[in-house]
Design a protein. Sequence first.
Length: 409
Amino acid sequence: MDNTTNPAHDQRPQTSPDGQSAAGLTGNSPAAPPLAAPASHDRPQGQAAPPVLGAVPPTAAPPRPPASGWGWKVLSLVLLLVLLSIAVASVGRWAIGLLQLSGGSTRGTSIRLDEVVMDDQGGRDKVAVIDIEGIIFGGLLGGGSSGPVEMVREQLKRAESDHAVKAVLLRIDSPGGEVLASDEINRSLAEFQQRSGKPIVASMGSVAASGGYYVAAPCRWIVANPLTITGSIGVIMRGYNYRGLMNKVGVRPEVYKSGRFKDMLRGDKAEEDILPEEREMVQSLVDTTFRRFKEVVVEGRQSPYRLSEDGGRALVDNWEDYVDGRVFSGRQAYDWGFVDELGNFKTALDRAKTLAQIDRARIIRYEQPFELGNLFRLFVRTETPAIHVDLGIEFPPIQTGRLYFLFLP
């Protein structure tokens, strides 16, 4: 038997001269170069080339997994839940309205208000707190929410229909605002006291000037902090004439009108085009409104209900000397008879309970509940297209052609 071993069939690892196996060489030993295939001219014709030792066969790239689409699924699910919540809330409000109408328990208000307890001192009696903050104006807020005039009116309706409410505390922190809006609140407060017999006590905050004092005037009692800024009793109407600026850029208006005074208070009129009669008419409007303001002050301060209370203050004889538009402090207002008492919110609350003849009460307020529908209204803006000119000046928040009970520092 021939013991000669065929190299092609010998599967034993080859050993190096030092006795180590070639397969056992580590990375510290240089790797043997791959054996090259014999040249084509050395192979017999028709014989295939042998495989190259050490060559790595090509591998195909792994296929990409298909996109799962979980992001869109989660977003669609969230939107569906939001829409479902809005639908359920709308159906719930509709059902509650039907139950109230069928049971005869409706309060006759058009705004949904929730009663929130601010302080529970015990007992069944209540004192309702109504806030007037910021500029007083008519109309609606952004997103279709009710404005201050409508909110005050609806809160008074709620307080009047609740027999447990014995008094109202009007908390004011406002520099005033539009004449008509201030007058609407003033009338609502006066009519509430006449119909219900429930006293209203005004508590002045940091600012209760001009229209802020106008709405406080009909209250049964007025409490001011010694540092409150109040007064500013007067009327203002202002506008801006920008004709000089238009002349510099070469712009001239073309106006066609039906009468001499149809373009009163127009901002692009030249100085020589403003007639003296026009100035007299505008000043007459301001003076008429100012006389009404003074009547409101006298009616409120000479109320027999307020003067019958111990400590009620009457106007000083020369009170008209201080209604020239000036602002004054709460201390000065007390000395001149424009307010009845100096103190803070607690002082006004104690006075409200005294006038209502109660010892303890739950202090409540009325708030509009949060609704998702109102949130979506914030993203909807319907503005009339207009040209805006930025003059680099921040104008006061008033409109040309409107009368204001407003303190403008």
